[in-house]
Design a protein around this ligand. Structure first.
Ligand SMILES: Cc1cc2nc3c(=O)[nH]c(=O)nc-3n(C[C@H](O)[C@H](O)[C@H](O)COP(=O)(O)OP(=O)(O)OC[C@H]3O[C@@H](n4cnc5c(N)ncnc54)[C@H](O)[C@@H]3O)c2cc1C
Length: 389
């Protein structure tokens, strides 16, 4: 049973929505999370890579949702040169189906209510004020009143648009991704591979993330402007045919990742946007799990306080805190992404050749970056262009 009215209604039970729900409920607010799918955490559309450091503020690591522990990155340049880097933290490849579900349980244990098979399709307006949500549950049209609504409805978010927020993302910033989970292949189960180059993944990268000892998520993302010339699916099929033709494809997923900076407006009157809906993805890596949880936690806590203190103006603190904590960094990553993803194959090869000369134990992401600038001083100007314009 759900009530007719809640302090806060959240659309979407992904990591951003359930973390927002938990943090709001912890402030004493009544919270309802609407999820259109039948299950929290499924279907999974994700490479499932996170850092341990990123997730531990929100959930304690548990073997039941850790498929692999990562300690090595291997970057592969267009001519096949492998650059191995020891990761100075711990990375995980998740079982997101279980991970998201556990985040849902934490939200519920804090007092939030989750309703699955509940598809939000419009806002309720009273004159010019938003007072709730319309949704469909088990084929029945229903309404719920709310003082605050949080849009955590992912990349295809509509909550913001309904509220009059500009949510448009440039096509070149919308990475078109496709991924197979492949089984019966031999891999280093502690290493993540990243392949670059115009033949593999133009304007993006291709990933091979191990899931245990004999499976992997193999996917790629290419800018939407390039995807119209050749489909991401044809690139991934070509790669798998060349490298893993003997293995079996168990699942295939596709989806967009908004690799842009955060939306200008993520709080408006009694509406907040979090996670992919707010474009809080790290634009350089395309990772949005951790940043979505950070956005969700900030928004949820502020929404809960706003209810407690009966002061909806507090919602405008959310964009400021997000920007200081993460948004500012994302603006820098966005500029770096635009520079790196436009590197020619020759530049990528030349950087890889230089880095392989550094002893393995001295290689870091920063040292690669420095080499990129040292070997190609002209890159400084290219980078500068992106930083200052
Ligand atoms: C192929 C691919 C690979 C990726 N790999 C990685 C990776 O390795 N690491 C990483 O960190 N990130 C990765 N990402 C990005 C990551 O998946 C997202 O950034 C992350 O899931 C965002 O969380 P979220 O809670 O904002 O949205 P989501 O996880 O998308 O959750 C949104 C939820 O809202 C629900 N919903 C939507 N509309 C409605 C509605 N109208 N009513 C009710 N419910 C609704 C959806 O069903 C969904 O459950 C990848 C993405 C893709 C597509």
């Amino acid at each position: 049973m759900i009530d007719k009215e809640y302090d806060i209604v959240i659309v979407g039970a992904g990591p951003a929505g359930t973390v927002a729900g938990r943090f709001a409920a912890e402030q004493g607010a009544s919270v309802l999370i609407l999820e259109k799918d039948r299950d929290v955490g499924y279907p999974v559309r994700c490479g499932e890579a996170v850092s341990k450091e990123g997730i531990t503020p929100f959930i304690q690591p548990d073997q039941k949702w850790i498929a692999s522990e990562i300690n090595t990155f291997i970057f592969v340049s267009p001519d096949g040169t492998e650059v191995k880097i020891n990761f100075d933290q711990t990375g995980y490849i998740l079982e997101r189906r279980i991970f998201d579900y556990e985040l849902g349980k934490l939200a519920v244990m804090s007092g939030a209510k989750i309703l699955t098979k509940a598809y939000a399709y419009d806002l309720i307006w009273d004159n010019s004020k938003i007072t709730g949500l319309k949704f469909e549950h088990n084929g029945e049209k229903k309404e719920v009143k709310a003082k605050i609504i949080i849009g955590a409805d992912g990349v295809e978010s509509r909550v913001g648009r309904w509220a009059g927020i500009e949510t448009h993302t440039k096509i070149s910033d919308m990475e078109c991704c496709v991924q197979y989970t492949i089984s019966n292949l031999k891999l280093n189960s502690n290493a993540c591979y990243f392949y670059f180059g115009k033949e593999v993944s133009p304007g993006g990268y291709l990933w091979v993330f191990p899931k245990g000892t004999n499976s992997a998520n193999i996917g790629l993302g290419i800018g939407g402007d390039r995807a119209k010339f050749r489909s991401p699916l044809s690139y991934i099929n070509q790669f798998i045919e060349k490298n893993f033709s003997y293995a079996s494809k168990l699942t295939m997923v596709s989806g967009g990742v908004p690799c842009s900076i955060t939306l200008k407006e993520i709080a408006k009157e009694n509406i907040m946007l979090v996670g992919d809906a707010a474009r809080q993805v790290n634009p350089l890596s395309g990772g949005g799990i951790v940043s979505g949880m950070i956005g969700g936690s900030i928004a949820g806590e502020i929404a809960g306080k706003a209810i407690k203190e009966k002061n909806l103006k507090l919602l405008y603190d959310y964009p400021k805190i997000w920007y200081e904590r993460v948004g500012r960094k994302h603006e820098i990553y966005y500029k770096i992404k635009n520079a790196i993803y436009n590197f020619s194959d020759e530049i990528l090869n030349s950087i890889a050749h230089s880095v392989t000369k550094i002893p393995e134990n001295e290689r870091t992401l920063l040292s690669i970056f420095k080499i990129a600038l040292r070997d190609r001083p002209s890159l400084i100007f290219e980078m500068a262009k992106f930083f200052f314009y």
